[in-house]
Design a protein around this ligand. Structure first.
Ligand code: COA
Length: 162
């Protein structure tokens, strides 16, 4: 994702996340803070049809909806997927799965052993099939994300020695 992608990504986010509005500045802030964690999906004609936003974060904390991150926590010990969204017409083709794989590879190479996210929009089954399970023993403030929001995690296998 580049700065030029922010306007179309924001338009897509507004169309998909009707109940979870975030201002354009919030996505711009995450892109500025951790550009390596922000991806876009483009159709052959160049139209933006999906995006992913992610960054290192601290376990037990969830970025508040529609708030600036303003920087990474000093004790960042997990890799956090803030959002993956694919335009309805482009779903069911493995794009989100590929985004998860790309972000997992990035996080492992960056030294993280665990990836976390908050599943919303009844997407829990999608995440379970990609190796995530609910975090049961930690309290997090997910009030701004609706009643079905579930804090989930996936552990990475350590790299095998070469
Ligand atoms: C959740 C979401 C990101 C999934 O995007 P997607 O690109 O459709 O996801 P994928 O194609 O990778 O996977 C969807 C299904 O298509 C299947 N699929 C993968 N490749 C496929 C292909 N080539 N042909 C047909 N189906 C395929 C996958 O197996 C998967 O099925 P499963 O979930 O039953 O295992 C998308 O529905 C979305 O944007 N939802 C709204 C935003 C949202 O809620 N995001 C999550 C916030 S936590």
């Amino acid at each position: 994702m580049t700065v030029a992608d922010l306007a179309p990504a924001f338009t897509l986010a507004c169309a998909i996340h009707i109940d979870f509005f975030e201002a354009l500045e919030v996505m711009a802030d995450k892109l500025a803070v951790y550009p390596a964690g922000c991806l876009t999906l483009a159709a052959p004609d160049g139209e933006l049809t999906g995006y992913a936003v992610s960054h290192p974060y601290a376990r037990g904390r969830v970025p508040k909806l529609n708030h600036l991150l303003g920087g990474l926590p000093a004790n960042a010990d997990i890799y956090y997927i803030h959002d993956i969204a694919i335009d309805a017409a482009a779903r069911g083709k493995g794009h989100a799965e590929m985004a998860v794989d790309l972000l997992a590879a990035h996080a492992r190479h960056a030294g993280f052993r665990e990836m976390r996210l908050l599943s919303v929009n009844n997407s829990g089954a999608f995440w379970r099939r990609r190796g995530f399970s609910p975090v049961l023993n930690e309290q997090v403030d997910v009030a701004s994300y609706g009643s079905d929001a579930t804090y989930m995690r996936r552990f990475f296998k350590p790299f095998a020695p070469t």
